[in-house]
Design a protein around this ligand. Structure first.
Ligand SMILES: O=C(O)CCC(=O)C(=O)O
Ligand SMILES: [Fe+2]
Length: 303
């Protein structure tokens, strides 16, 4: 029975991604869980009403914890960001908060509500793997890094700046894991080592489906901060570029993470800040986020 459900879910996920649907996954077409327009009133927990997402898209995110929107960012915008990105890599300019694309915000609002803070923006330049597999990003939940809640008002928008697939280390996600708890993270015991602050989860359900999210330039995947995800090694000679931005509804509030399972990353981040900015004294993780967070729409309420 659980296998039936898993197969039906995998089938739906693969259809959503537009990829080939393996035989085994098509074998159970009877699941009623995804029927659109059922008479039962819908209870949504992970998405808000704002008429941007279709019912099918909402149901997909509710069940799987991620949603790909194809062709969301125009080629012209990607080109602009690429040029900016390359200047930053050559250290010609200091990174500024990227102009948040209006089209992305329209979708972000479905998760965060109308008052939106950009909490953390990254230009990800995944290098060709040196042969030691150090370009891998271990499976993790982004909430491990964040001292604010509730998690359902937080979302990541990850935009591909070029075609991504398993060859250059696309994202890999474990659908449905956003409904579980925040798990314990630590540095993985990998032979070749791992990048600083790349904590991973050892103790996840190995039977959970794994989906490689292949995307084209300009596609954006939105995902929940409890969704377990990571990325494989980059086997190509090029740098795989993406923009990842975490947004939160400004109704979220900070929580202390000292002494919790997040204490290890808290210490790592504070130690790094101390190195970069000099003596940062008894600053806390929430101060770091308060300082870096930017209001991008509506009112700044708590964050
Ligand atoms: O781009 C990657 O390889 C991983 C990115 C990631 O984990 C994130 O954006 O949260
Ligand atoms: Fe992540």
């Amino acid at each position: 029975m659980a296998e039936d459900r898993a197969a039906a879910r995998l089938r739906l996920v693969l259809q959503h991604l537009g990829g080939p649907v393996p035989e085994a996954a098509v074998a159970h077409p009877t699941s009623g869980a995804h029927s659109v327009g059922s008479a039962r009133p819908q209870q949504f927990q992970y998405t808000l009403d704002n008429n941007v997402l279709s019912l099918e898209q909402r149901q997909f995110y509710e069940e799987n914890g991620f949603l790909v929107i194809k062709n969301l960012v125009s080629d012209a915008d990607i080109q602009r960001f690429r040029e900016e990105f390359e200047k930053i890599c050559r250290q010609e300019v200091k990174p500024q908060l990227l102009t948040i694309m209006r089209d992305i915000l329209r979708y972000v609002e479905c998760f965060t509500g109308p008052d939106i803070m950009a909490m953390h923006t990254m230009l990800i330049n995944k290098p060709p793997d040196s042969g030691k597999k150090t370009s891998r990003h271990p499976l993790h939940q982004d909430l491990h890094y964040f001292p604010f809640r509730p998690s359902n008002l937080v979302v990541c928008a990850w935009t591909a700046m070029e075609h991504v697939d398993r060859n250059n280390g696309c994202l890999v996600v474990l659908p449905g894991t956003h409904t579980g708890p925040l798990l314990k993270h630590d540095y993985p015991q990998w032979e070749g080592g791992v990048n600083i602050m790349f904590h991973g989860i050892q103790d996840y359900d190995k039977n959970n489906a794994r989906v490689h999210v292949e995307m084209e330039k300009g596609d954006t995947v939105f995902f929940h901060p409890l969704l377990i995800h990571g990325s494989g090694r980059n086997k190509t000679q090029g740098f795989r570029k993406a923009i990842s931005c975490h947004f939160a509804g400004s109704r979220c509030h900070y929580i202390p993470v000292k002494g919790t399972s997040q204490d290890n990353i808290r210490k790592d981040i504070l130690r790094t800040m101390n190195k970069v900015y000099g003596n940062t004294g008894d600053i806390e993780l929430e101060d770091f986020f308060k300082f870096r967070a930017r209001l991008v729409k509506g009112r700044r309420i708590n964050l």
